[in-house]
Design a protein around this ligand. Sequence first.
Ligand code: USQ
Length: 397
Amino acid sequence: MKIAVMGGDGFIGWPTSLHLSHAGHEVHILDNLSRRWIDTELGVQSLTPMDSIQERTRIWHAETGRRIHFNLIDLAKDYELLKNWLAEHRPDAIVHFAEQRAAPYSMKSDRHKNYTVNNNVNATHNLLNALVELDLDTHLVHLGTMGVYGYSTVGAAIPEGYLPVGIETMSGETVSQEILYPSNPGSIYHMTKCLDQLLFQFYAKNDRMRITDLHQGIVWGTHTAETRIHEQLINRFDYDGDYGTVLNRFLIQAAIGYPLTVHGTGGQTRAFIHVQDSVRCIEIALNNPPARGGRVEIFNQMTETHRVRDLAEMISKMTGAKIAWLPNPRKEAPENDLVVKNEKFIELGLKPTTLGEGLLSEIVDVAKKYAYRVDRSRVPAVSAWTKDIAATVERDP
Ligand code: USQ
């Protein structure tokens, strides 16, 4: 297939591009390099030393003989450039990662809220709009989030996108119907992914677009089989308070002797997936497109659920790291249970990498190896969900 990877320079976009290229697909990355600009804005850098995208693709070619093409295009701002590129290249499939993906960054200030909404919603809509205008029957695979469901305490298993409901008619009969699971975002970032869902529902219905939405959990890990091929193909690894996700943060904190930063009681239960499984899921989704005229295909892209304090305690036992119980900078339920259905990927052949198998090698290979690159002052999470909460945030646990 000819595949365009929108946001192919990012944390999942890069290993996905390598994985798809390795599998024999023709891969084109479209990216505005915004993650690199945001690093500069925040004064942080990836834990792992990361080359320019041009250098990365040069090394990939030198190592494998395969080309990954790079195009500097901003999906949200350069509609005509995007449309012209699509008209010229007519990709069979698009993987869409080109969105601002950090919840804390999206809550930093009014400017960051505006940026996240404008960037994410426009990027998705520009893409859908251009595909329809050009009459392209391209399969669009979007990276969504488990966060669209919210983290209710109901305890019932979260289905894959759609919820069966019974509705009483005027004549008193109950008819059953499947609706999109009610969205319940916990941040401005998560809210944009809920808005994306509505755009997808409309375009699938109105223009018979083939769309797959992947509701992904929190990704952990760094390496995939392809990023291991050469040191300069290494993936990025974020540890800072805005972009670092919880498990990767705990790993690097343990490696540098920083107390593990548990928010509140750590009672939040979340869904997790290793980055290697994430790229496999994307490949599986690409190989199983929905029929034209069908509904949006939704997968829950996660393999395990864990409570934050259990993760902290596990890493503390493995490494001797201390745990810091901090005031939570977020507005979220202090405790929640989470049961998620993920049968669709398992039935299509996904074999999950469990925390038990993968964790130790991440600590040794990545966290310890690059610990010297950490700026400890960037570890605390200081973006608060409300002005009241901001007053309670701890800057130096
Ligand atoms: N947390 C801590 N300590 C930390 C960092 C986080 O206790 O140092 C807690 C948070 O309060 C939260 C949980 O860990 O309860 C998860 O936080 P996170 O930063 O790992 O994940 P989140 O903000 O939800 O976002 C990440 C990705 C996002 C993706 C989402 C999937 O950045 O792109 O969509 O995971 S999900 O969480 O399933 O919605």
